[in-house]
Design a protein around this ligand. Sequence first.
Ligand code: BTN
Length: 250
Amino acid sequence: MRKTSPIGDVIIELSEIDSTNNYAMKLLNEGMAEAGLCIKADKQTQGKGQLGNIWISEESKNLLFSVILDTEDFVIEKQFYLNAMACISVADLLMNHFEIREISIKWPNDIYAGNKKIAGILIENNIRGNSWTNAVVGIGLNINQTVFPDLNRATSLINETGKAEKVNHVMKLLIKYLNKNYLLLQKDEEQLFKLYNSLLFKIGSKVLYKKKHEILEGILLGVSKMGLLELKTGNLIKGYKHKEVELIIS
Ligand code: BTN
């Protein structure tokens, strides 16, 4: 596995699979994959989202993509940095190539255009003992789908720019940004971390959030290096894990 190539030197394109993340994990477990390998599918029959949710996407309209990364040189406590790298890469592509305004990262790893989600990221890690050996970074980016029947808070590239794009073209561009930011992760993780916070949805603003069954108001201060969402409620500043709180978007 230690053999590493730049991200996207080898791309496996599938017409149908359960999940590109599952496929990547299977290749890894069979010793059939090296870092940098990308998997792309036109259709997923069991696309996976965060927190056990399903990821639904119209066939051939959107990017369904996973990349395998070697994480042996990273300490396990820095898992959040890899998440930041993936989020920044998608945001970078949407802001700087497609010039979409109001791109932000909704903690921990949703990419938003205005008040709507345009991409989601699911990272699955292989950890052996104390060593973080590799990770599968799964990215779902909405490109040419215009209607999202079950999701009123979703958008796509075409809905934001008015222009259809070839999915493979967007994938190649994304790979470029992933390579750039993966290098930044290796060279200057502090800068990467600052970038993440600078792109954070609602940073410095008053937000409503749900904690257990309570709705609370607080100021979103930022995200800590451990990936905790820091909220100031009254005089209390507290860092929360992913499942502990949920931001409410009005
Ligand atoms: C989320 O926002 O809930 C994360 C969505 C991640 C979806 C992508 S699509 C490609 C890859 N394969 C999967 O099964 N999931 C990720």
